[in-house]
Design a protein around this ligand. Structure first.
Ligand SMILES: [Zn+2]
Length: 267
């Protein structure tokens, strides 16, 4: 009998649920207990396994370790709570890792053995694939020389302070989707290029896919980004591509989680 997987994507702002053709979307509830009750009600009968893409770091057992956008979830056993209430196995992974899994299986990263995925939305998430292993990284919190902006994580100078939606919204006083200033986006692209170049060089990546609302809804970002990368990288070129599955990438990856071995993912 084939398994019927329900995929869940819990982001800092929205939660989405997909089961076959059935879909639901609701705002992510900062209160963990309320979110859990809403999720349990949203999973359809007939589900035999659940894969969850989560916007934060989790343990292999699916407990939330760090969630800068959903602090009330930290220390909570998300997989065990869902599994206990619904009586089915539940696997949880970081949303960037799920985006990577989706893009490797059916998107822009098909065929690449050494590749990465960066999500540019509220924050900046990162994951990479080296052969059969997929791992979450902290490339969004890599330190950029000369950057003195404090980050939500407590460090000074993180890439996320230059490229994350929340940090820039606070700094500019308006959401990034309302910013059309070409100079701003050139400077954004050059900061992002530094982050992508370091991310790729550190792990010897051949390709990096960029997902998340900022990468996917701002086509004007791509030409200056590719220009800056071409200036930075001399001997080790990296192919940079928009996530082909778009905002569906984390859900597509979450749906694969129940079918993967534990060893395929380093949390
Ligand atoms: Zn940081």
């Amino acid at each position: 009998m084939s398994i019927s997987v329900t995929a869940i994507d819990i982001g800092g702002t929205w939660t989405r649920v997909r089961s076959g053709d059935a879909r639901a979307r609701f705002p992510s509830e900062p209160d963990y207990g309320r979110q859990l009750r809403t999720l349990i009600a949203a999973v359809p009968a007939g589900t035999s396994a659940i894969g969850v893409s989560f916007g934060g770091r989790v343990t292999p057992a699916g407990e939330v370790r760090v969630a800068l956008n959903l602090r009330g979830y930290e220390g909570r056993p998300l997989a065990a709570d869902l599994s206990g209430a619904l009586g089915v196995p539940v696997r949880v992974a970081h949303d960037a890792t799920c985006g990577l899994l989706g893009e490797c299986a059916a998107g822009a990263l098909r065929g690449f053995e050494r590749c990465g995925y960066l999500t540019l939305s509220t924050g900046v998430g990162a994951a990479l694939r080296l052969g059969a292993v997929h791992l979450t990284t902290e490339a969004g919190h890599q330190l950029i020389a000369g950057n003195e902006r404090p980050c939500d994580c407590g460090q000074i100078g993180c890439l996320q302070t230059l490229t994350g939606g929340s940090a820039l919204h606070r700094r500019l006083g308006r959401p990034l989707q309302d910013v059309d200033d070409e100079r701003f986006w050139r400077s954004y692209a050059s900061s992002l290029a530094l982050g992508v170049a370091n991310f790729a060089l550190n792990a010897g990546l051949e390709a990096v896919a960029l997902g998340g609302a900022i990468a996917l809804r701002r086509p004007a970002l791509w030409p200056p980004l590719r220009e800056s990368l071409a200036e930075l990288l001399t001997y080790q070129r990296v192919t940079v591509l928009p996530a082909a599955l778009g905002e569906e990438a984390p859900l597509a990856g979450a749906a694969l989680l129940p079918t993967l071995s534990e060893a395929a993912i380093l949390h």
